[in-house]
Write a protein that binds this ligand. Structure first.
Ligand SMILES: [Zn+2]
Length: 332
């Protein structure tokens, strides 16, 4: 039995047809974890969908209304890059509920996974980059509202910058260095999403390939813009630096780790060059740092578009293995 819970539902499947996003990966990760004995059935928890009130802690009433009534404009649907359907709305509400549950269990038990989620490109008033609802932000806001946490840190290791996260929390830094207000409009931003005031309660870290989507990168608290073809050791050095400097200036009650599988060298949408082993070392580093400081960790999966789907499944399963190694050792 694992020393933490894995939140999962078959309802995480995204009904998006033939798509570069492998919607069946969630089911395959669940099956692999059981087949290889990494997890057993009692390690899993089933989530309930987030409530509309939870979603509205992050997203605008206008956007939520459009999602619930199927009235997104054609350009809003295009920007999301996944085909709208009421079933898809249900899957995203469920993923957000999964992240809330994982965050609650992480605070109670030190670590928990949502075997889904990590939809870090969703903005308050629009979806983009395969992301409709920002499940991690919803979970942070819900736990803040319930006074289970005051301060959270996001550590985003997806190959793509966490633009939605940065836009929602506004980049907690001394000198935000805002882009001119017209910049967002050029990229389909809505007026109420531009230049939010920095939120001193959430610190956002993003390590990503600079030369990749999104072209406009609103500032995180720490952005590490990596060059193309960055390899394991360089990546781990940058991650170590970012975690150290973030945690020198900010003490979170919860660390939300967005464990994207797409920094992998065989990824179709990524241009970094990490190996399977390097990605597992990345996971171990995040978990070791959190454990050493007694910071609860909530994990979500985010992107993964490896040429071979089984590699994406391996990367996600290895994140569970890495957490087991680190958190089991901490109980000795
Ligand atoms: Zn990504």
């Amino acid at each position: 039995m694992l020393p933490f819970k894995l939140v999962y539902s078959p309802g995480y499947f995204l009904p998006i047809g033939e798509h570069v996003f492998p919607a069946e990966k969630y089911r395959l990760v669940h099956e692999r974890l059981l087949a290889e004995g990494i997890a057993s059935p009692e390690d899993f928890l089933a989530p309930a969908p987030a409530s509309d009130d939870d979603i509205l802690l992050v997203h605008t009433r206008d956007y939520v209304h459009k999602l619930k009534t199927g009235t997104l404009s054609a350009s809003e649907q295009l920007q999301m890059e996944v085909p709208y359907s009421p079933e898809l709305v249900r899957a995203f509400w469920l993923a957000a509920g999964g992240s809330i549950l994982a965050a609650q269990r992480a605070v109670a038990e030190g670590c928990a996974f949502n075997l889904g989620g990590g939809f870090h490109h969703a903005f308050p008033g629009h979806g983009e980059g395969f992301c409709m609802i920002h499940d991690v932000a919803v979970a942070i806001r819900r736990l803040q509202k319930d006074q289970q946490i005051a301060r959270a840190m996001t550590v985003d290791c997806d190959v793509h910058q966490g633009n939605g996260t940065a836009a929602i929390f506004g980049g907690h830094r001394a000198n935000p260095g805002r882009l001119p207000s017209w910049s967002g409009a050029m990229f389909g931003m809505h007026a109420d999403e531009l230049a939010p005031p920095p939120d001193a309660s959430v610190f956002t870290i993003s390590l990503h390939q600079e030369n990749n989507y999104p072209s406009w990168k609103p500032p995180s608290s720490i952005d590490v813009n990596l060059p193309d073809a960055t390899t394991d050791d360089d990546y781990l050095g940058w991650l170590d630096n970012a975690l150290s400097s973030g945690l020198r200036s900010f003490a979170p009650d919860l660390l939300c780790y967005i464990a994207g599988a797409d920094p992998y060298k065989e990824d179709q949408l990524g241009g970094l060059a990490l190996t399977l082993e390097g990605l597992k070392r990345r996971d171990e580093l995040v978990f070791r740092v959190a454990r050493a400081r007694n910071i609860p960790v909530m994990v979500t999966f985010a992107g993964g578009y490896a040429r071979k789907l089984e590699d994406t499944v391996t990367i996600h399963c290895n994140t569970v293995v890495a957490a087991h190694e680190v958190f089991a050792a901490s109980r000795l």
